[in-house]
Design a protein. Sequence first.
Length: 563
Amino acid sequence: MNLITNSINNDPERKGIDLEEAKGAQEIGVTFSTPFGNITGDGTPVDYWFNGYHGVPSSVYKNEFTPVSNPNSLSYSLSNNNIFITNFGIIDTLMSVRISIGSLQLSPLADFPKFIGTDTGRNSGAIAFDFTDDGNDEIFVNSSGKTYGYSSNGNGLNGGNGLIINDFGISVPALIDNGVNKYLVSLNNNGIGFLNNAFTLTQVSFGSGAPSASLLINDITKSAYVGFNTGSIRRYNTDLSSVLIDSSSGPVYQFSKLRNDTFTYINNDKFIVSGNMVEQNATDILKINFANEFFVNGVKLNLNYVISDIPNSPVLADVNGDGLQEIIFTGDGKVYAINSKGVLLENFPVNFDRNISSGISVADINNDNIFDLMFAADNGDLFAYGTDGKVLSGFPVKVGPNTVSTPAMARFNDTLGIVVFSGDGYLYGFKTNSLYDENKVLWKNYLKDKFLSNNNYRSVNSGSSVYSEKLPTSKVYNWPNPVYDNITYIRYFLNGNSSGVKVKIMDLSGELITELPATSNSNSDNEIKWDVSNVQSGVYYGVIEAEIDGNTETKVIKIAVVK
C-alpha cells in the first residue's frame, strides 16, 4: 500500500528503505546539535561497505549485512528475514555484492511466497501430503471458496497457476486414499467435491443445510463426514453415495476420530480433541466449552489461573516424553502447555508481548530431541518455541501479518519443510536442514493430519519418569521466586501412587503460617497456589510431605516474599 501511495518512507521509525552504515553508528542524514550549530551527518570513509582499506580492524569491521551483523537485516520486530548481503567488491565506479536469502538452518522454497489472495472468511489454511505419489508432499491451501495446489518447487499442480478447484474450498481440504485412487476432498456451502489424482472433479449436492465444521476423513471406511448447521451428520463416499449418520439439536462445531472407525463430535461446546492424556493406551476426550473451561473425560480441570479467551483449537502432544500427551493451546495472548490435571509444564505459559493469532503445530524442527511449537503472531512473526524454554536460532521468521491458519509441516525430498498461509494473502514455504522424521512430527497441521482426524492417540509401552526419590528434589520448587506479586505456585512431582500430600508454610522461627489444600496426582506434576497478600516480606519455608507407595517423604523449599 505504501508503495502505491509513494509513502514508503513517511514514518522515520519504520522506513521501507533505510540507508545502513557499516560501522553501526546511524549518522548519515541525522542532524546533531553542537556548540557550533546544527550539523547533519554525511558519513565518513568507514561508513561504506567495500573490500579494501577503510581504517577499521577486520576484527571489528564486518564486511557483510546479515541477521547477526551490526547493523543487521532483521525486521522492525527483530524477526529474521533471512537476508544476507556479503562479498562487497573493491570500491570503484561499479561494485559487486552477493545477495542471498536463506541460511543453512532455514531457507525459502524456490518461487515462494505465492500470492493467492486474502480470505475474507478467515477459514483458510495450508496442509501438505503426497497426492501425486512422487514421494514428496504437495502443498494445498483453501482461500475464498477456492482450493490451490503446488509442488515444493513452486509449480502449480495440473500444469496450471495453482488453482485446482474453483468452486470448493470453504475449509481446509483433506485426503482419502482407498489404495487405488487418492481424492482431495473439499467443501462448499452446497456440496462436497472429490478431486482424484488425475485432477477430475466429482461432486455431491447437500440438498439442505450448510456445513458448520471442518471435514473428518475416516481412513478405515475411506469416507468423509460432514457436520451441518442443522445438527445432522452425513457420511459421503467417493462413489458419491451418502448415509445419514446422526442428527442432533444444534450445529456441529468439530469432530474428533477415536481409535477405531468411530468418531465423536460437539455441538454445545467450543473445541474437542482426543488422545491418550490420562492413560497411555486409552482414548481420552478433551472438551473446551464457550466459557473456556476444560473437561477431560467429563471431569472439569481446576486451573490455577483464569483464561478469558481461547481462540484456536487445542493440540495434544507428548512433548516431555512421559508417555502421556499434554494439552497445548493459546489463550489471552500466551502459549500454554498443561497436563491432564491442569498443571503447567515447566517454561509455560510464555508471553511474547504480541498477540498469537494462529493455531499450533508440534515437531522437532532442528533434530535436537526437543519438541518445538510452531505458531505465528498477528504482526507476521513465525515462532519456533522449544519446550526447553528457548526460541530456536533463526526464529522468529517474517511471514505475512494477521495469520490465523496453523503452520503445516511437510516432507520435501526427505527434508522437513514448513508452510504458512498468511493474512496478507501469500503462501509462504520454507525448507529446514533437518531430515523429515514422522516420529518427530507430533501435530503436523490444523486438526493434526491429512485426515483432519483431530486425534493423536499413540500406543506406548512405558513413559514413566525414572527418579530415585519418590518426591524428587529437582521437581520440588515454587515459581516465581522471589515473589513480587501476590501469588506464587508451589510445584512437586509424585513418583508413585500417592495417598495424600500436606503442604505447610512456616516462618524462619518454625511457626506455622498456613496449610494449603494440596493435590495428590500420582506419577504426575502437581501445582498449588499460595496467596501471599496477607504475609509480610521475608523468607518462608514451604514444607511438602507426601505419602507415596506406603512411605513418607518430605522436602523443604525456601520462598522469598518481597513487597
